[in-house]
Design a protein around this ligand. Sequence first.
Ligand SMILES: Cc1ncc(COP(=O)(O)O)c(C=O)c1O
Length: 392
Amino acid sequence: MDIPMQNKLADRIKLREESVRTRMLNIAGKLDDVIALGRGDPDLPTPAHIVEAGQRALANGATHYTHPMGMPILREAIGETLADVDGLNYAIDEIVVTTGAQEAVFAAMLACVNPGDEVIVPAPGYTSYDQAIELAGGVPVPVATYEADDFALTAAAVAAKLSPRTKMLCLLNPSNPTGAVTPPSEVEALAALAVEHDLIVISDEIYARLVYDGAEVLPVARLPGMKERTITINGFSKAYAMTGWRVGYFATSPGLVKALTEVHHGLTICAPAVSQHAALAALQGPQDCVAAMREIYDQRRKVMCRALDEMGLSYGKPAGAFYVYANVSKTGLPASEFCVRLLEDAQVMIFPGSLFGDHNDNFIRISLLQPVERLEQAIQRMAKTVTALVGS
Ligand SMILES: Cc1ncc(COP(=O)(O)O)c(C=O)c1O
């Protein structure tokens, strides 16, 4: 059906197939008591001391622009965190506070990608990357990751996709939607590839504070020859349950920082002042709130993995983030149909992997963002639907 004015859109705009998400949201709107395991927005509140810092900042007049790169005192605190927690050494003028990590992704692509440049992205992945690459005129080149490897990205798979047009490699470590942590040995091999082929690397470490079972995230910029070619992206949304504050950051080398800062300034001028004050409190305050949230997600992860085992559904064991990426092909339905069935029959909302680039439509991304009691309720409902489809 022709929609008036749609033919006026710029060629660079690719309208994505959103029909499953839209269909599910429409169905959910007519149902009661839907248990939402769809979005990536923590159900836990922003810790009180961070909220209070934001309130104090507003009362004290933090209602104006800040320095475009972010308040110096916040960039200093970010620099200290990057050094102490991640082992990365960035000077204050190599760090830029952005309106969420999301803005950093778009600033990076717009500043670095030329029309026709290829950018390697893990698949399944966080499709905002594809969107940002395409907006910049680039070509996303998906590199498949597999359930059998717990969806870890491998340097061998990346090497097979490199071409003379490859400009950039994107690492999501840990990954959305799979929760995979790239093993340090693979990070090293990927870094070697990046140096050999002179690639820019984006290392999105927004889930790096949320890892389990002793998994280690190796920040790629720590490796020899990597700081100059890496754009490290991180933020506050996930670790501190601060999605609505819209504050994140990137850190990169002098060669890249100026151009990315220009794009950032053009997009948003600066991150919200009040949120920068809250972010400062997050970094300077006690870190046990992060540990406590990690514990909660870990408990939920164990509950969900056990339940999937009992349902006979396989998954890639997540070592990070707060998702489980599960294979529902056993139910005989494409994952997108399974999700609609689950919503209609059991009032549980989970999004299919097709929203994250799973073209075979076999997987679902379960967000662990409900209290355990509610998760257990969702599991009971889900088990009934699965049993009805698979047979007991
Ligand atoms: C891998 C990844 N990067 C970036 C973002 C954006 O985060 P922010 O809320 O900081 O913009 C998300 C959000 O889900 C994400 O999953």
